[in-house]
Design a protein around this ligand. Structure first.
Ligand code: DAH
Length: 338
């Protein structure tokens, strides 16, 4: 019996040392130590031994079992440490479905700009862009904003120097377009605008506007109202109504502020529209003849309207978002909802 144990031990330890993979080791473990393994037979043989030999052989058998288990562990560790052919940790299963890469999507503001371009595009407006950094002249003088106008104060505009600013309105693009093409003009100009506002739920130092400009012979306020009504119907819902309130902008005369009937309460008054039934939508008006003269358009022959809408506001209204900062925090939990 002793020689039998010795033979088993020799064979097992040699096989374990020679094992080249975790799988081979596992086979050896089952072969020797498993429930139906070699040691089960040894224990069965033990029963037939004379009682005085039993403890000695039994102990020897147990020692050998432990030795084999330890040898398996050792070799396994060596294999894992890379001293031997490494077992591939990931096996390739061609039947598994592929993993989709996370490709992301357009930002909600960009989506909205695309939608706005699409709606105005169907009304014959093309898209123009201007630089975020522009001459103070395009942001002010050319728009009939005199040097002593309050919005020229450093508190309302970021200045690089006295002649160059971060544009505080997309109206700059009106000037760039008119200086580069004769009438008729029908463009929108979406983009970023900047003002040194303290950041809170409804203000940010950077926000988005879309400017509109329509110049031709015989353009009137009726055209302005029609275009903005059509836009609001497409953008919000079909039976939305808009209204004009008298206002002042240096570059339009007459000027109006435009309200849209509240989509939430249908105009009855609710918390979203501060019980007014109307939500402010943007500014607009008939282009001031001074602006036409500045860009060399014949103010006797042509008339036109212009408007400026706040895009961030439109998106907030449309989705009931209560804080403009959400757009710029880059929080995927928010952005992935659009
Ligand atoms: N530029 C104005 C603003 O930022 C908005 C605006 C009002 C644009 C009237 C226009 C306009 O083109 O006609 O508040």
């Amino acid at each position: 019996m002793q020689t039998k144990l010795a033979a088993i031990g020799e064979e097992a330890l040699a096989a374990i040392q020679a094992a080249g993979s975790a799988a081979e080791l596992e086979k050896l473990r089952v072969k020797y130590l498993g429930r139906k393994g070699v040691f089960r037979d040894v224990m069965a043989d033990l029963k037939s031994l004379p009682p005085e030999e039993k403890p000695k052989i039994g102990q020897a058998a147990n020692r050998l079992k432990k030795e084999i288990a330890a040898a398996i562990d050792n070799v396994k560790k060596e294999l894992q440490a890379g001293k031997g052919p490494a077992e591939p940790t990931v096996t390739f299963d061609p039947s598994l479905p592929g993993r989709r890469p996370n490709i992301g999507h357009r930002h909600p503001i960009t989506q909205m700009i695309d939608r706005i371009k699409d709606i105005f595009g169907r009304m014959g407006f093309s898209v123009a862009y201007g630089p975020d950094v522009d001459y103070a002249r395009n942001n002010f003088e050319a728009l009939n904003i005199p040097p002593d106008h309050p919005s020229r104060d450093a508190f309302d505009t970021f200045y690089f120097d006295k002649d160059v600013v971060l544009r505080s309105q997309t109206s700059t693009v009106q000037i760039r377009v008119m200086e580069n093409q004769p009438p008729p003009v029908r463009v929108i100009a979406p983009g970023k605008t900047y003002r040194p506002d303290t950041v809170d739920a409804t203000h940010c130092f950077m926000f988005h506007q879309v400017e509109g400009l329509y110049v031709d012979e015989g353009v009137t306020m009726a055209d302005l109202k029609a275009v903005l009504t059509m836009f609001a119907r497409e953008f919000f819902y079909p039976d939305v109504t808009i209204r004009f309130r008298p206002h002042f902008f240096p570059f339009t005369e007459p000027s109006v502020e435009v309200d849209v009937s509240c989509a939430i309460c249908g105009g009855k008054g609710c918390s979203v529209c501060s019980r007014k039934g109307w939500i402010e939508f943007g500014g607009a008006g008939m282009v001031d003849p001074n602006v036409f003269e500045g860009v060399g358009y014949d103010a006797e022959k042509y008339t036109g309207f212009a408007f400026g809408l706040g895009i961030d506001r439109l998106v907030m209204m449309k989705y009931g978002i209560d804080d403009i900062r959400r757009f710029f925090e880059n929080d995927m939990r928010f952005l992935s909802q659009f």
